[in-house]
Write a new protein. Structure first.
Length: 396
């Protein structure tokens, strides 16, 4: 038994777990170098972009754009709130100014009325003093000072009217003072409420302004993230197209992997397994989907209890397919090519793999599980096909 070399399984790029192997990256980079000098950047070959990496970048870009739109909506909402509060502040300030003017007018009116009341009070005071000095104005005073009965009646009524007017002035003083005091107190209360409202609005405005600044900063960061992801997405898209063009060019020039300098690995045996279980699993394991050839092979060996060997088809080709001699092909071996120009982008970059079950038949996943004669398989995938034991496990 040959000495077993270390091997770290890789997720198949076509399945959900896939990750490009170092060999895959070197392989496609070499194809790029051979295919076209225009694909050289800073004297280094363009590395292929795995579907998973490309899809991840696209997913990240879409997520970043979605988050950007969400934050932009939040910012728009905050701006609308700020605008509404600003309008409310302006309206409140107008009311404050109007109330302040009303208070000023009321104070002027109070001052005016107080002057008038002072005059009336002085008149009442003078009248009281004169009345006291003259010991009041009585009936005999009026009678003795009258020239006739008619003048007596007229003077008496005049005295009564003067007394009534003085009493009325006293009541007016009290009423005007009370009304003016109440009016001023109400205006001052209104002013206090308006000033409280104004302070609350100012506090809300400051809070919203701070949130707006934070949201704007977040939005600026997301905008930068979207720009970077867009640039990365464009680079990966260009690299993907370049790798495809390079692979097609290599295929058009009939360049095999051997001609590009990629030699087959040595036979490595890591263990033994049941051939019958693997062949049974080939028939029992359904297709996981189109372009998932390596995933199907992984599931077959896993279902057969041999082990789980992840990786792309080109990973399996590079690591475990050591022979291109049909005389060495045995049932249970995987058969693979490192690139498949007839399989679209995925085939070009990741190749194709199936399982030889014996009697000249290869079983493979091509969107469904097919049984293909090995001669037809080699003729169809004629880009240095090789075979070997997956995972180094020999099946008996």
């Amino acid at each position: 038994m040959a000495h077993a070399r270390g091997h770290i399984p890789k997720n198949c790029s076509m399945p959900a777990e896939r990750t490009s192997s170092l060999y895959s990256k070197i392989r496609v980079a070499a194809v790029c170098l051979v295919a076209s000098l225009s694909l050289i950047v800073s004297m280094m070959p363009i590395a292929p972009v795995a579907d998973s990496a490309y899809a991840d970048t696209e997913s990240e870009l879409n997520a970043a754009k979605e988050r950007f739109d969400e934050v932009q909506a939040q910012l728009d909402s905050l701006i609308a709130e700020c605008s509404a509060i600003s309008a409310q502040q302006a309206e409140t300030q107008e009311k404050i100014d109007a109330t302040r003017e009303s208070i000023r007018e009321a104070e002027e009116l109070i001052a005016q009325k107080e002057k008038e009341l002072a005059v009336h009070q002085q008149q009442l005071s003078d009248f009281a003093v004169e009345s006291y000095k003259s010991d009041s104005v009585g009936f005999l005073d009026v009678l003795m000072s009258s020239q006739s009965f008619e003048s007596f009646i007229s003077m008496w009524r005049y005295v009564e009217r003067i007394n009534a007017q003085k009493m009325s002035l006293i009541e007016q003083v009290r009423t005007i003072k009370e009304e003016l005091s109440q009016r001023k107190a109400q205006l001052e209360s209104d002013m206090a409420e308006l000033e409280t409202l104004s302070a609350q609005l100012e506090e809300q405005m400051q809070s919203l302004t701070a949130k707006q600044a934070e949201t704007q900063a977040l939005l600026d960061g997301l905008d930068e993230e979207v720009k970077k992801l867009t640039e990365q997405y464009d680079r990966e898209l260009a690299a993907r197209a370049a790798a495809e063009a390079a692979a097609r060019n290599a295929w058009a020039n009939n360049m095999s992997y051997a001609e590009l300098g990629y030699e087959a690995p040595d036979l490595v045996v890591t263990g033994e397994g049941s051939l019958s279980d693997v062949i049974a699993a080939c028939y029992a394991t359904g297709s996981p989907g189109y372009n998932l050839c390596a995933a199907w092979v992984t599931y077959v060996f896993n279902n057969a209890g041999v082990g789980r060997f992840n990786g792309n088809a080109n990973d399996m080709y590079a690591n475990w397919c050591y022979s291109s001699d049909l005389s060495e092909l045995q049932p249970g071996m995987i058969v693979a090519v490192g690139t498949n120009p007839k399989g679209g982008w995925a085939g070009l970059v990741y190749g194709h793999v199936g399982i030889y079950i014996g009697d000249g038949i290869v079983m493979e996943n091509i969107g469904y599980i097919a049984r293909t004669p090995i001669s037809e398989w080699i003729s169809w995938y004629n880009v240095s096909p090789r075979w070997g034991w997956l995972g180094g496990v020999v099946l008996y």
